[in-house]
Design a protein around this ligand. Structure first.
Ligand code: NAG
Ligand code: NAG
Ligand code: NAG
Length: 486
């Protein structure tokens, strides 16, 4: 496309800014290219020079500066190409006419054309490049011309541009040397092309935060060099392909916040290098594969908000010796907490909230020295909570055991400022004799012992200050009632 024939009627709604820098001489393999489309659309009101094709001054200067970044400062754009969208076009630069001005839509530097500008040794991307993105209408990734990059492109990134719409071109499958494909937080949609499975050198595939739908292609199992795979926050559906287990190098797998369903394949246990696995907020069901316990590099495992519905005892949790974070909330899990769960020596965070777990809560969690958050609320746990006051004061509001109908605490309400919130006191442990069963009398008792309340202020944060608040509210209410009745 040249500019010579450009005419206001011929709109080329293509606004990809790209650049290829080739070193002179033989083609080298380590040519890197990065395509970035920024989020910012900067509008200036600048008077155009009426004698030449109208172009906003800032945009013209941005073009010169961006090009200087690639070809070197000695290149004098305003001298050589005073009318870059008009009578002195620059080879590789395309323009489009809209709203009374010419705007740069396409920038290609390198061996593309016979007289293309050559990149300097110290080529750089200048921020002026982003000022060239003037397109207010949604733009798409062009389908063609990727082939010319097949052997050179190592990294391709489009980040944070909601205006970038359309689909991933199948021709991306030809980018044999691509090691990193990052299409993060754009407005892209459509299915993930099978052809991405051809990118055998790919180490990072990040498609998070778009509108992709359809299945995860089985072909991606061929990406045996992949280290990071993140397709979170899309609308992907269908099952997790069995081939996922072939991604033996994978360190990070994040498929959270999609519509994936079906049974998790046992092959997932093949991910021996995986340190992070996040499958939360999907519709996976049909139980936990036992092979989970083989992923012994795991540090973070997040499976929350899936109707998995299994016995939590299915997994030998103690095998996951490196696990630091385990989120199993809202999964329809049943059974008793197995002892093995208290044997993860690095565990910092454990959530079992909102399941149908039963039995007693093992006090051995207190022996896991690293533990810093323990959420057990919304289950059917029974019996006595036996943690020490020290444990509650360490975890504070990061301990929850409320909404367990038949759970009680052996601690005396009046003897600690770290009583677990929303858990009733075990009846046989009462110390303030029978009067204690009447809550208003208990408040009376507390009001006679105000030191407990004062001592707790500023010490244990949320839980106690809320209790204090309830207490004060009740005192006010009682005072009001006594005014009315006396
Ligand atoms: C580029 O050329 C213009 C004249 O067209 C001149 O005014 C300007 O100083 C030159 N810039 C450099 C950096 O040489
Ligand atoms: C990419 O993979 C598909 C199958 O998924 C195959 O048909 C196609 O020929 C491959 N293309 C290249 C360039 O390797
Ligand atoms: C989740 O999967 C079940 C089948 O296991 C299906 O009945 C249900 O509609 C799915 N829910 C959503 C939100 O897709």
């Amino acid at each position: 496309m040249t500019n010579k024939e450009h005419h206001p009627n011929m709109h080329h709604k293509k606004a990809i800014v790209s650049a290829i820098c080739m070193e002179d001489g033989p083609k080298s393999d380590d040519v890197k290219l990065l395509v970035l489309v920024g989020v910012y659309i900067i509008m200036y009101k600048a008077a155009a020079d009426a004698s030449i094709s109208p172009m906003e001054k800032y945009e013209k200067e941005a073009l010169y500066s961006a090009l200087q970044g690639f070809v070197g400062n000695e290149w004098n754009g305003s001298f050589l190409y005073p009318d870059p969208c008009g009578w002195t076009t620059i080879e590789g630069v395309s323009c489009d006419f809209s709203n009374g001005f010419w705007h740069v839509t396409d920038l290609n530097i390198g061996d593309l054309y016979d007289n293309s500008l050559r990149c300097s040794q110290a080529a750089e991307f200048r921020e002026h490049l982003f000022e060239l993105k003037h397109q207010l209408e949604p733009i798409t990734i062009p389908i063609s011309s990727w082939d010319s990059l097949a052997n050179s492109l190592e990294s391709l990134e489009f980040r944070s541009n909601p205006g970038l719409t359309g689909t991933i071109p199948t021709s991306f499958g030809h980018l044999n040397n691509l090691q990193s494909l990052v299409l993060l937080e754009n407005g892209l949609k459509g299915e993930i092309p099978e052809a991405l499975g051809n990118l055998s050198k790919l180490k990072r595939l990040v498609l998070a935060g778009n509108n992709f739908f359809g299945p995860i292609p089985t072909s991606l199992g061929r990406l045996t060099n992949l280290l990071i795979f993140d397709t979170s926050r899309n609308f992907l559906s269908g099952g997790l392909p069995v081939s996922i287990g072939d991604l033996s190098s994978l360190i990070k797998l994040d498929l959270s916040n999609n519509r994936l369903d079906g049974k998790l394949p046992r092959e997932i246990g093949g991910l021996k290098s995986l340190t992070l696995l996040d499958l939360s907020h999907n519709n996976f069901s049909g139980g936990l594969p036992e092979t989970f316990q083989e992923m012994n590099s795991l540090e973070e495992l997040v499976l929350s908000d899936n109707p998995i519905g299994d016995y939590v005892t299915r997994i030998q949790w103690g095998n996951l010796k490196n696990l630091e974070m385990l989120d199993l909330s809202n999964m329809g899990l049943k059974g008793n907490i197995p002892n093995s769960m208290t044997e993860m020596k690095k565990l910092r965070f454990l959530s079992l909230s909102n399941n149908i777990l039963s039995g007693i809560i093992p006090s051995k969690f207190e022996n896991v020295s690293t533990i810093n958050a323990l959420y057990l609320d919304g289950n059917d746990f029974t019996g006595k909570l036996e943690f020490s006051p020290r444990f509650y004061s360490k975890l504070r509001s990061r301990f929850r055991a409320s909404e367990n109908m038949n759970l009680c605490s052996s601690l005396e309400l009046t003897s600690t400022r770290h009583f677990p919130e929303g858990v009733k006191q075990c009846e046989q442990e009462s110390t303030v004799d029978s009067k204690d069963s009447d809550p208003s009398l208990k408040d009376e008792y507390l009001s006679q012992n105000p030191h407990h309340i004062i001592a707790s202020f500023g010490h244990s944060g949320h839980a106690v200050s809320r209790f204090t608040f309830c207490f004060v509210a009740r005192m006010i209410l009682m005072a009001l009632l006594s005014i009315i009745f006396l």
